[in-house]
Design a protein around this ligand. Structure first.
Ligand code: TXA
Ligand code: MG
Length: 350
């Protein structure tokens, strides 16, 4: 057990002294969790293999799943990656700092523990004021995966990180909730056509405003024959303890189907959780019902999703029936995370 330093920081009145302490821990090879606008990350000095290994240990993360390197200034990209194409420069210009990770060909300085042996490196410049300041003060790029125990939903509140990593890391910065709520979009820029390896806060539609072509990787849909380009895609992530089933169809039919299934499970003696939207919430009379927000405000849904999945973990439910959302814009990222939580189990409501 480590003696984890809990560092509370108010985003509006940022206490630089506290961040200097956290930055020092990082510079000396320690691990510190910090908020970003997407989810909390668990950081370590990206240029030091020994420091990076501690991240894998703390999370129980498989060593073949590479990490994202977080930077604070544009010049740092040039020291980590080679051959920046015009397209790559254009997306970075348009969406950094922000929830976009770009995969580029790596330079020698990037240790292979970070890239899990790949010749590419994933880089992101976060927009969260604490993350930005911390990286700048640490004066080194930070390798940082989501700050959860491997397989659990990503943390979007400081409390989630404490729940998972207290005693396993050197420091945890508690800095409120993450407003995007789903992890960054991972965009592979090393091939002919820029390819989304993980949908996130920056949608395909947004990328198409600055790039001529953007593909979505075939392995994303749970297509088991497609070879994942991003090793993280093959793991069942975000899994709550209960078995999750996604119910798809037009809203009315979906609600009907979920109600029907809920009563069947109740008769079988199972405890049912229902994950729905504000619009259908009043229609459910049985089960533990939780809304992730309004279908008309998907940005709020995204920022609530992992919190609600974690809340179910604190309950006795055996099964979670989840309403699907249309896979457009941010709906792509939301459905991607829900599908992973469900292990791709889908029930069609006809
Ligand atoms: O929003 C985020 O991206 C958060 C915050 C903390 O920045 N981080 C995050 O990291 O979600 P993580 O480790 O949970 O997810 C990183 C994803 C994984 O799916 C991994 O396989 C992929 O990025 N990845 C990392 N390096 C890669 C590379 N060189 N090529 C392809 N995929 C890569
Ligand atoms: Mg993760």
């Amino acid at each position: 057990m480590k003696n984890t330093m809990i560092i509370e920081i108010d985003c509006d009145r940022m206490d630089e002294k506290k961040l200097i302490i956290a930055a020092k821990i990082l510079r000396e090879g320690g691990t510190v969790a910090f908020p970003t606008e997407t989810v909390y990350g668990l950081g370590a000095n990206a240029l030091e293999a020994e420091a990076v290994k501690k991240i894998f240990e703390a999370k129980g993360r498989p060593s073949d799943n590479p990490l994202i390197v977080h930077i604070a200034r544009m010049e740092e990209v040039k020291s980590l990656a080679k051959e920046l194409s015009e397209d790559a420069l254009r997306v970075m210009e348009a969406f950094w700092p922000g929830p976009l990770t770009v995969v580029l060909n790596k330079k020698e300085v990037v240790p292979t523990v970070i890239t899990a042996g790949l010749q590419t490196v994933a880089i992101r410049m976060p927009a969260h004021p604490i993350a930005k300041k911390l990286i700048a003060l640490a004066e080194v790029p930070l390798a940082a995966p989501s700050a959860n125990i491997s397989g659990k939903p990503s943390p979007t509140r400081g409390e989630h990180v404490v729940e998972d990593l207290d005693g396993r890391v050197d420091g945890i910065i508690m800095g409120g909730s993450c407003h995007v709520g789903v992890e960054s979009t991972v965009l592979d820029m090393t091939g002919e056509i820029p390819t989304i390896l993980r949908p996130g806060g920056i949608t395909r539609e947004m990328l198409l405003q600055v790039l001529e072509r953007v593909e979505v990787d075939g392995a994303l849909g749970g297509d088991t024959d497609a070879i994942p380009k991003s090793p993280g895609m093959k793991y069942t992530h975000y899994a709550p303890k209960a078995a999750v089933y996604i119910v798809k169809g037009i809203e009315e039919k979906t609600v009907e189907k979920i109600k029907e299934l809920a009563s069947v499970y109740r008769i079988e003696g199972k405890k049912v959780g229902i994950l729905c939207f504000d619009e259908s919430y009043p229609q459910y009379q049985e089960g533990l019902v939780k809304s992730v927000g309004s279908r008309r405000e998907l940005n709020l849904v995204a920022s609530n999703l992992f919190k609600v999945l974690r809340e179910f973990d604190g309950t006795e439910v055996d099964i979670i029936l989840a309403e699907a959302v249309e896979e457009a814009d941010l709906g792509q990222a939301i459905m991607n995370r829900l599908m992973k939580a469900a292990g791709y189990r889908v029930i069609n409501a006809k």
